[in-house]
Design a protein around this ligand. Structure first.
Ligand code: SF4
Length: 231
């Protein structure tokens, strides 16, 4: 079954997960529980590239805006056939304003080159556009707050294949709390359009566990067999 889009369906699922975990969402008393924080503003998922970049750059939807150096919007070919989705900016990404830089980024570049691609051939974004302090895991409410930005990017890029890199990206997009090892190695279907989605390990993990690189290579070959990234 196809996973839902990272918008209303996602927010509802996150609310369910929070409730299952016994966490209550804090809601202002002057705001109905289902009313979004930016009610009355234009639909964030319907923005064009320029307004979307501005919306992300000035976003204060979650607490991460207080500690970021800058937002990390995403980079690459805005009409790419492959969209790569990672977790969140780390320290170097926060400083440079670009996703997947530093050692993990270099490894991602090598992984792409292994299947004949440059960074500029794909669009690269993260689930979160701001760095979680100390590189902690994103919180569910942060993922939910940032979901519209990713949904808007996906609508604009309109990828033919999504590569979910790492646990947070895979679990968020597929809405399954399952380890990467059980999600990788096969094609999933994402959203109402059933976009092929392949899961692989995060390059930061591969730097710590180089013995798993072979599996990541297999994942990229699987993705390539599903959708030619350049045709
Ligand atoms: Fe906004 Fe996303 Fe940054 Fe939170 S992480 S402040 S939702 S851009």
């Amino acid at each position: 079954m196809a996973a839902g889009t990272p918008t209303a369906t996602f927010a509802a699922r996150q609310r369910e997960i929070l409730q299952e975990m016994g966490i209550e969402l804090w809601v202002r008393r002057d705001r109905a529980a289902d009313e979004p924080a930016d009610a009355g503003k234009p639909d964030a998922t319907a923005l064009a590239w320029g307004p979307l970049r501005d919306a992300v750059r000035t976003c204060t939807r979650c607490v991460l805006h207080r500690t970021r150096t800058q937002t990390v919007f995403g980079v690459g070919n805005e009409s790419a056939r492959w969209m790569i989705v990672g977790e969140a900016p780390g320290g170097e990404e926060d400083r440079q304003g670009e996703p997947f830089v530093g050692p993990a980024g270099q490894l991602l570049n090598e992984m792409l080159r292994a299947v004949g691609l440059e960074r500029s051939d794909v669009f690269i974004a993260n689930i979160l556009k701001c760095r979680p302090p100390e590189n902690r895991d994103p919180k569910l409410e942060e993922i939910s707050a940032c979901a519209d930005h990713l949904a808007a990017q996906m609508r604009l890029v309109s990828p033919k294949l999504i590569l979910a890199v790492g646990r947070i990206a895979a679990q968020t997009l597929l809405q399954q709390m399952v380890p990467v090892g059980r999600l990788r190695g096969r094609a999933h279907a994402y959203g109402p359009g059933g976009i092929p989605l392949v899961v692989t390990y995060h390059p930061a993990y591969l730097l710590r566990s180089p013995g798993e690189k072979r599996k990541a290579w297999d994942d990229l070959r699987l993705a390539r067999s599903l959708v030619d990234p350049l045709s």
